[in-house]
Design a protein around this ligand. Sequence first.
Ligand SMILES: Cc1cc2nc3c(=O)[nH]c(=O)nc-3n(C[C@H](O)[C@H](O)[C@H](O)COP(=O)(O)O)c2cc1C
Length: 213
Amino acid sequence: MGVSGASGTPYAAAVLRGLIEAGESVDLVVSRAARLTLIDETGISFRDAHWQDDLRNWLALGADGGPGAFQVPLDDVRYWPAGDLAAGPSSGSYPSRGMLIVPASTAGVAGVALGLSKDLLQRAASVTLKERRPLVVCVRETPLNGQTLRHLVTLDDAGASVVPASPAFYAGATHIQDLVDFVAGRVLDAAGVPHTLYRRWKGGLGGARASEG
Ligand SMILES: Cc1cc2nc3c(=O)[nH]c(=O)nc-3n(C[C@H](O)[C@H](O)[C@H](O)COP(=O)(O)O)c2cc1C
């Protein structure tokens, strides 16, 4: 899982919790720019040397910033510094089922579409494509310019799933966390990871209002 420097660190936290709760082991890369969005959105400084403490504090946060809302074990999480191009996920021979980039910046989208491999996140994504493994790109920007749209088409053509951070309201959202969980759930759907993060559409209108009563 790669976290790049787009707004939306609650999406990343929700996907990470979902992966851990599904029993997946996770290799985590946090880009340099993502540290800025994390500080901005949560107040947490993500430090290589203290990643477990910082990750634990981050994953405990709900989307409204409530402390200690979630507790997840980190035993199956491996963390790799973004500058470490000799890290395991740099190689196609490193065992991996695929990669999720949540959120994905437009710069990250460009880097992966063009194969720049400027850091471990981009290199691991390029490796994922060359090994024909699932790559899910949760892009977060609005509006999108033509350049980014073309990069997204390139990624789609290369076999990636482009899953924009685009919350829906039909699942009966009443809190910010519900909207975050909807996006996180669609990311996990694209990766084939089971979860119960949102209520699925079952047909028939008015489901969201019916749930109020
Ligand atoms: C607070 C903050 C919010 C940002 N939000 C976005 C965003 O929503 N989408 C985006 O594409 N870039 C956003 N950026 C810009 C990226 O961080 C920047 O393009 C960076 O180079 C991305 O690098 P990375 O892909 O290596 O993480 C934001 C930057 C900051 C500091």
